[in-house]
Design a protein around this ligand. Structure first.
Ligand SMILES: [Zn+2]
Length: 239
C-alpha cells in the first residue's frame, strides 16, 4: 500500500485546511485524531500514524474537517478509523499515558479544586503534564492545551517548578477548563471566553505574573527545550 511521508501528509492537509498546521503524528491507540482549539494559528493537530496509509478521500476528509467544514468526524474518516489498513494496525501502541503527578505539582489535585470551585465539580476532563521525551519541543509551544476529542488538558512541564505559584497554575488550568465548557458556537478566546476568564479572582494577578516571569519561564524553557520553541512560548505569554 502506498505510504505518504509525514511531510507530504502535512503539506496536503495544510492545503486542504487552508491554514498552517502544527502536526504531530502519534501512535495513540484510542484517539486517531484530535485538534487543539486553544490556539488558532497554527492549529495544533495530533494525528495517528495510520493516516500515512490513508487513501486520498480520507485525507481530503480530514483536511476539510480541519478547515471547519464539518461539525463532527466525516463518515469517510470514521470508516478509516474503524478499519485501519493492516500496515497501520502494527503502528498502534498504547494510549497516551497520563502523568498528572509532577515533581512539584499534582495536576489532578489542582484540577479537582478548580472543578469544585468554578464548575460545581461537574466538569469531566482529564489532565496530564506534557512529556519531556522526544516530543518535548511540541509541548514547549504553549503553557497549556486542551484537546476536545480526548477531553484532555496537557500542561507544559516548565510549570512544574517551585518558582511557579500554585494559584497561577490553577488559573491556567481554569483557562483550559473554559475551553471544555465553551459553547460550540463561540470561538476560542472570543468574547464569551474572555468574560469568563475575567471573572476569575486571580485574573489580574495572573496577567501580571505572566508578564513579570516571561524571562524566567522562557529561560528555563530554553535550557529544557532548546531555542526554537522559545518564540512560540513567548507568543503564548503575550496573549
Ligand atoms: Zn486558550
Amino acid at each position: 500500500m502506498k505510504r505518504l511521508t509525514p511531510e507530504g501528509l502535512h503539506r496536503r492537509l495544510e492545503r486542504l485546511a487552508g491554514r498552517r498546521l502544527d502536526l504531530v503524528l502519534t501512535s495513540n491507540a484510542t484517539n486517531y485524531i484530535s485538534f487543539n482549539v486553544c490556539r488558532r494559528n497554527p492549529l495544533r493537530v495530533r494525528l495517528h500514524r495510520a493516516f500515512l496509509y490513508a487513501p486520498r478521500p480520507v485525507v481530503t476528509g480530514v483536511g476539510r474537517w480541519l478547515a471547519g467544514r464539518y461539525r463532527a468526524c466525516p463518515d469517510v474518516v470514521q470508516r478509516f478509523i474503524d478499519r485501519p489498513p493492516r500496515e497501520a494496525a502494527r503502528m498502534v501502541r498504547t494510549a497516551r499515558p497520563l502523568q498528572p503527578r509532577g515533581q512539584y505539582y499534582d495536576l489532578q489535585q489542582i484540577l479537582g479544586r478548580v472543578n469544585r470551585r468554578h464548575f460545581r465539580g461537574r466538569l469531566r476532563v482529564r489532565i496530564t503534564w506534557g512529556r519531556r521525551g522526544p516530543q518535548r519541543a511540541v509541548y514547549a509551544r504553549t503553557i497549556g492545551a486542551y484537546y476536545e476529542n480526548e477531553r484532555l488538558i496537557v500542561m507544559n512541564p516548565v510549570l512544574d517548578d517551585p518558582s511557579v505559584p500554585g494559584w497561577f497554575l490553577a488559573f491556567t488550568v481554569y483557562h483550559e477548563c473554559l475551553h471544555a465548557v465553551q459553547p460550540p458556537s463561540e470561538p476560542p478566546h472570543g468574547r464569551w471566553f474572555n468574560e469568563q476568564l475575567r471573572r476569575h479572582p486571580d485574573y489580574q494577578a495572573a496577567a501580571r505574573w505572566e508578564k513579570a516571569n516571561v524571562v524566567a519561564l522562557t529561560g528555563r524553557a530554553r535550557r529544557r527545550f532548546g531555542l526554537s520553541s522559545i518564540d512560540r512560548l513567548r507568543e503564548y505569554l503575550d496573549l
